[in-house]
Structure formats: structure tokens, C-alpha cells
Design a protein around this ligand. Structure first.
Ligand code: HEM
Length: 499
């Protein structure tokens, strides 16, 4: 009996395999046979080879060209025209659910698949993240950047190096929590910036890919049951403690919202419970929806800014001429360190702006290709006809490291953003760390504000020197949605500037 079942399953899979290889609508696209047969090809590179999928797909593009079939129903593109088509403004393509399920926030703006639901949620949140709102709440960002500087100067120095990678992540976590929830985690005060949430997140990052392929495990990681072995409980505790903290804060808000109404500024729940622009069709959000939105915003807003700052600071400190030019520009615009100089001044400085753009380019933002489902009808992507229902994606790294657009793409050269090109290429349209289209980053204005204040203040007020950190630490990264660099963390020594 068992033998019959085995044979029947084997035959059925054989028929299925023949269909996927020779009869599937994507049969004419090139790619490895194994990838055409099964999504476990990607799972192997994501999980077993530890964030290797991007490297593998990059190698496949070198063999097969700008379009590669990387899954039974999935195409990867490496062509700037295709990027513009996939992530076009007004596109009706939807996010691909199995990719996003591991993040465990299906009711948050980040995790929503339905375009209409996502638009409604983004409309509610936009007022908190608009440029106007950022200018009004810039003081929150400034306060945390000032606090970071005072901690650095007080506790570290030329003898005692600091882990700037952790320091930046603590700062961006503190900012986003204060900005969205008016809550203070005191992450910047923690010795060596080892905030348990951030160290916990670091050890659970590889699990996101496990959850992508085994979604049933999501509740175990997010809310670990007490019967798990202590070692597992420990490694999941960073993320679960963090969720509990946000949950407790939300319950306090629900119990007595008026207490929060008196606070320094409106918080994200105010925007979600009484949206400014769609009152008529408004359906109150459930606790789960509010909770997931808060978790998603805090996750989306911390690691990303931390990574862009870390990568940018490394390259500036590793390039003395860049450092000298940047400091000279800052000194001229900001003659005395005692003065406060805000976003509206910093964002007008051309070299600082170029340094931040170059940091975003070489830092990439999100490196894993974010998949979209073609629809409602067929589409033409990068000049290629693609049937409806196909999953398509392109990694931001293929834009940022394209040598036809960015000459010597691995070189950190802010000047490229200031030069007039003879071929009239506008580099800005190829800078995509925040993605593009209807699902591009919601926090882009806040991110820019943070980066201006972090780069501007630290380079104006501190003398920083690399400590035991070299380009080898930044050459390669594993792709776990965001880049996880394979080398040591960025360490620097610090001295405050007197003038
Ligand atoms: C340098 C900093 C940042 C970078 C590079 C960045 C990058 C990105 C990228 C590439 C996406 C698209 C992801 C996808 O397609 O799945 C995204 C989405 C998102 N980002 Fe950011 N982000 C940054 C900072 C922030 C901040 C500070 C917030 C704070 C609120 C934020 C909130 C979001 C949200 C809510 C989404 C989901 C939007 C949607 O799906 O409709 N991000 N971000």
C-alpha cells in the first residue's frame, strides 16, 4: 500500500515537474532547472547558505542575462528600465504575501497586500510623516542626536573606542519610538549601546527567512511559549520583550487616551483612531491592527537609518579628502559649535547632501529584492512581456552598482552627485534605497531628517577616527532584507571639537 502511495506521488510530481519545466507560461525564460522546479532552491540559499540568495541571483544574472527565472513562478530583473516598470508610481502590482509573512505584521502598512487597504492606511499615517510634520517635530530628532553626542563624549574617548554601529541603531530606535509613541526606551543610555532589543533582533534576523518558508513558526518566535528550551527562549527574548513593551504601552493608551493627548505631541495611534482625511468610510482599528502598525514602524525605522549612518560614517572616515571637504563645509555654514543649526540649514549644504546620497547608495537600504505580483493583466517589464500572476523583483543593489550609471560603483565618491554629466543622466532617478512606487518607504522624510542631523552634528562637533575597522569589514554582506555586513562592527575613537 505504502509503495503504491509512494509511486503515485512520485509520478504526480514527475508530471508536475514536466509541466513546470516545459509547459509553464514562464518556460521560455532562462534559469537553473532546480529554481524552475521548486521554491526550495531559494530557501536553500536564504536559510542553509545564510542570506546568500542575493549573491546567487547576482551570479545567475551574469550567466543568463538581465532576466532570470529564479522560481517556478518568479523572475528576477537586472535592468534599470525594468526597475522603473516594477516599482512604478500608480502600479497595480501587489506585494507577494509569502515573502512578507515572516515579518509577522500582516495588519500593518508594511505587511498589507491589498493595494486599496494599503492606500487607506498610508493616507492615515502620512500626516505624521509629511515634510511639514517632520519640520514641526525635528526637535525630537535633535534631542536624541544631542544626547548621543553627550554620551559619546562623556563615556568614550581617544583611549576607549565605541561601537558606532550599535550607537546609531540605539539612536534611530530611540528617535522612532519617541516620534511614533512618545515613549522613551533610554537606549542611548545603555552601556556600550547593547540594548537587548537590538542585540536580540540581530540574533533573530536570520529567522525571518525561516519564517518566510515555515510561517506556522511565526507565533513561536514572536510569542515564545515557556516550554521552549532556555537557549531558544533567550535568543527570542529580545524581540518578544520588545513586543510586550509596545503592547503594554498600547494598553495604557487604550485605557486612558486622554493622558497621552496632554503629551508633547500626537502619537501614531491618534492618527490611526481619528484620521484627518477619510472620516466617512473610517472603521476603527482593532488592538491587533494598532499593535502591528506600531511594531512595524519601529522595526522599519530603526535598522535602516542605523545601517545608512554606519556605512556612510565608515566611508567618510576611510576617505580623508572627503572628510576634510565635509568638515570644511560644515564649519563655514556653522562657525560656532555652541550654535544650534537645524534641518533647514543642513539640507542646503551641497557636499553634506552628496555625502548622504552616496551613503544611501553604497548602503542600499533594503538589499533583498522586494517581490511584486504582476496584475491585474499581463505587463511589459523592461521591454519583456510578462504574464499576469508572475512574481517579479529587482534588488536595489543592481541599480546602485550599475557601472553604466555610477562609474566605479564600488568607490565612495560624493562628488558624483555634484558633477554635471555629459550624457545628461540624472543620477537621482537611479537612487532607490527607499524603493519607488505606491509601496515606497513611508518614513522617507523622517529618514532624511535623521541622516542630516546625525551626519551634520557628529561631523561638526566630534573628531572621529576609525579603530580596528577596515574596508574588509564592509566589502560583503548577507542579505536578510537589510544588509548584514560580514565583518566587524564599526568602531571609532572620539574627541570633542572645542571650536
Ligand atoms: C535610511 C532609512 C530607511 C530606508 C533605507 C528605508 C527603506 C525602505 C524600503 C526600501 C521600503 C520598501 C520595502 C518593501 O518594498 O517591502 C520601505 C518601506 C517602509 N518604510 Fe522605510 N526606510 C527607511 C526609514 C524608515 C523610517 C524612519 C520609517 C519610519 C516610519 C520607515 C517606515 C517604512 C514603512 C512603514 C514602510 C512600508 C510602506 C508600505 O509598504 O507601504 N522607513 N522602507
Amino acid at each position: 500500500m505504502l509503495a503504491h502511495i509512494f509511486l503515485a506521488s512520485f509520478a504526480a510530481y514527475g508530471v508536475f515537474a514536466v509541466w513546470r519545466l516545459f509547459l509553464h507560461p514562464l518556460r521560455s525564460f532562462k534559469g537553473p532547472a532546480l529554481a524552475k522546479l521548486t521554491t526550495w532552491y531559494q530557501a536553500y540559499h536564504d536559510i542553509v547558505k545564510h542570506g546568500n540568495l542575493l549573491r546567487q541571483v547576482t551570479a545567475l544574472h551574469e550567466i543568463y542575462g538581465p532576466v532570470v527565472r529564479i522560481g517556478p513562478n518568479e523572475l528576477s530583473f537586472n535592468d534599470p528600465k525594468a526597475y522603473a516598470d516594477i516599482y512604478a508610481m500608480g502600479s497595480k502590482f501587489t506585494k507577494e504575501p509569502s515573502f512578507y509573512q515572516g515579518f509577522g505584521v500582516p495588519h500593518a502598512s508594511f505587511g498589507m497586500m491589498d493595494p486599496q487597504a494599503s492606500r487607506t492606511r498610508r493616507d492615515m499615517l502620512n500626516p505624521l510623516f509629511s515634510r511639514r510634520a517632520i519640520l514641526k517635530l525635528e526637535t525630537i530628532v535633535q534631542a536624541d542626536v544631542d544626547h548621543l553626542i553627550s554620551q559619546l563624549v562623556t563615556n568614550y574617548g581617544s583611549e576607549k573606542p565605541v561601537n558606532l554601529f550599535m550607537a546609531f541603531r540605539c539612536t534611530s530606535l530611540e528617535i522612532i519610538t519617541a516620534y511614533c509613541l512618545n515613549q522613551h526606551l533610554h537606549a542611548i543610555d545603555i552601556p556600550d549601546f547593547e540594548h537587548p532589543f537590538l542585540t536580540g533582533l540581530q540574533s533573530t534576523i536570520p529567522l525571518f527567512w525561516v519564517l518566510k518558508y515555515f510561517p506556522a513558526l511565526t507565533p513561536i518566535v514572536m510569542e515564545p511559549p515557556t516550554w521552549l528550551p532556555a537557549s531558544m527562549l533567550n535568543s527570542f527574548s529580545g524581540i518578544s520583550d520588545f513586543r510586550h513593551k509596545i503592547g503594554a504601552h498600547l494598553d495604557n493608551f487604550i485605557a486612558a487616551p486622554e493622558k497621552y493627548r496632554d503629551s508633547e505631541h500626537e502619537i501614531v495611534y491618534d492618527y490611526l483612531l481619528a484620521p484627518a482625511n477619510n472620516r466617512k468610510s473610517f472603521k476603527p482599528l482593532s488592538r491587533t491592527e494598532l499593535f502591528q502598525e506600531a511594531v512595524a514602524l519601529l522595526l522599519a525605522g530603526s535598522d535602516t537609518v542605523g545601517n545608512a549612518s554606519t556605512v556612510g560614517f565608515f566611508h567618510v572616515l576611510d576617505n580623508p579628502p572627503v572628510l576634510r571637504k565635509l568638515v570644511a563645509e560644515l564649519r563655514e555654514a556653522w562657525p560656532s559649535v555652541e550654535d544650534q543649526v537645524g534641518l533647514s540649514v543642513l539640507e542646503k549644504l551641497p557636499y553634506l547632501t552628496a555625502v548622504i546620497k552616496e551613503s544611501l547608495r553604497v548602503g542600499h537600504g533594503v538589499v533583498s529584492a522586494t517581490p511584486r505580483i504582476v496584475g491585474p493583466g499581463d505587463a511589459v517589464i523592461g521591454g519583456v512581456h510578462v504574464p499576469a500572476g508572475t512574481v517579479v523583483s529587482m534588488s536595489s543593489t543592481y541599480m546602485h552598482l550599475n557601472p553604466d550609471i555610477f562609474e566605479n560603483p564600488h568607490q565612495f565618491r560624493p562628488e558624483r552627485w555634484l558633477e554635471k554629466r555629459t550624457d545628461s543622466v540624472n543620477l537621482n532617478s537611479y537612487l532607490v534605497p527607499f524603493s519607488r512606487g505606491p509601496r515606497m518607504c513611508l518614513g522617507v522624510n523622517l529618514a532624511w531628517c535623521e541622516l542630516y542631523l546625525i551626519f551634520g552634528n557628529l561631523f561638526r562637533k566630534l573628531d572621529l577616527k576609525l579603530h580596528n575597522t577596515t574596508i574588509d569589514d564592509f566589502r560583503d554582506f548577507d542579505a536578510f532584507f537589510v544588509p548584514v555586513h560580514c565583518g566587524n562592527d564599526l568602531h571609532v575613537t572620539i574627541q570633542a571639537k572645542d571650536t
